[in-house]
Design a protein around this ligand. Structure first.
Ligand code: PAF
Length: 286
């Protein structure tokens, strides 16, 4: 496994692979790798000749008072895990100075329309940070395909829209959420839950899967499904509900009346004492 710290070096290595007619898949991460990330790496290995993993905790996607400082970091462990799964991987571990031109970055990528819903409503500026760093990573690592987890569903659809809007030459592949046996979606933030919160956290998945069942059984009132999800979360957890929403995948706007053929997302977010958890399911409406 080769590790790179500068944009010039990783870019040159990727170009070399592409000149040898090898396809390259990129897996952007913020480290603290868990089985969900490893699923992304496995998918990248399946679909391309060369797998590039980036590990960069991006400061610009954390708002004031959010957990940038306490975000879990264990580069040594991450590299060991990657080495075992993908000994041929190219790993890009830039510094903040390298990614943000020594603090001189003045250009930002935004999609305020789609960022204002779901997580964007309570995390102003978060998706500007995500879109900016992802476009920087796409430029630094000019891969053919990039693989993202569908757990961060708003991020996924924002990135898909960004590559279309900015004519970025990369395909975006989504990988389904990996879950614990009790349904809890894997997240680096799960380790910040107290034992009591850990017991309550699977109710996020129960709420969204119940929404899917309701839709499959013919419920068409988005507001009714949202109210039921919120009620269930309020009854089952001590967390503070951030949102319980049903939105369209096309623009992420809330759906009042669900129509056959729509592709929609039932999504929830709950603040626990030291972690905000999210979960979602994508539903093709019958
Ligand atoms: O999903 C993440 O881990 C991050 O938001 C990403 C895409 C690596 C950008 O920092």
């Amino acid at each position: 496994m080769k590790i790179f710290h500068t944009i010039a070096d990783i870019r040159a290595q990727i170009r070399l692979a592409q000149c040898a007619s090898k396809s390259v898949a990129l897996v952007p991460t913020m480290g603290s790798l868990h089985a969900g990330h490893l699923q992304l790496v496995s998918r990248a290995k399946e679909i391309a000749d060369v797998c590039v993993v980036t590990i960069f905790i991006n400061p610009t996607q954390f708002g004031e008072g959010e957990d940038f400082d306490s975000y879990p970091r264990d580069l040594g462990k991450d590299l060991n895990v990657l080495e075992e799964l993908c000994p041929d991987a190219l790993v890009f571990v830039p510094s903040i100075e390298e990614m943000y031109a020594g603090g001189a970055t003045r250009t930002w990528v935004n999609n305020d329309e789609m960022a204002k819903y779901l997580c964007g409503a309570s995390r102003p500026g978060h998706f500007q940070g995500v879109l900016t760093v992802v476009s920087k990573l796409f430029n630094a690592c000019p891969a053919d395909i990039a693989v993202f987890g569908l757990k961060d569903v708003q991020q996924f659809f924002l990135i898909k829209k960004m590559v279309v809007d900015l004519n970025i030459n990369i395909s975006i592949e989504g990988v389904p959420t990996v879950r614990e046996e009790d349904g809890l979606a894997l997240s680096s933030r799960n380790r910040k839950l107290s034992p009591e919160e850990r017991d309550q956290a699977p109710f996020l998945s129960r709420a969204i899967f119940a929404a899917r069942t309701e839709i499959e059984e013919g419920v068409r009132d988005g507001g009714q499904i949202e109210a039921r999800m919120a009620q269930e979360l309020a009854a089952a957890t001590h967390g503070k509900i951030d949102y319980a929403q049903v939105v369209l995948t096309t623009d992420l706007a809330p759906v009042d009346t669900i129509r056959s053929g729509d592709i929609i997302i039932a999504a929830v977010a709950v603040f626990f004492s030291n972690a905000r958890l999210i979960d979602n399911v994508i539903i093709v409406v019958p």
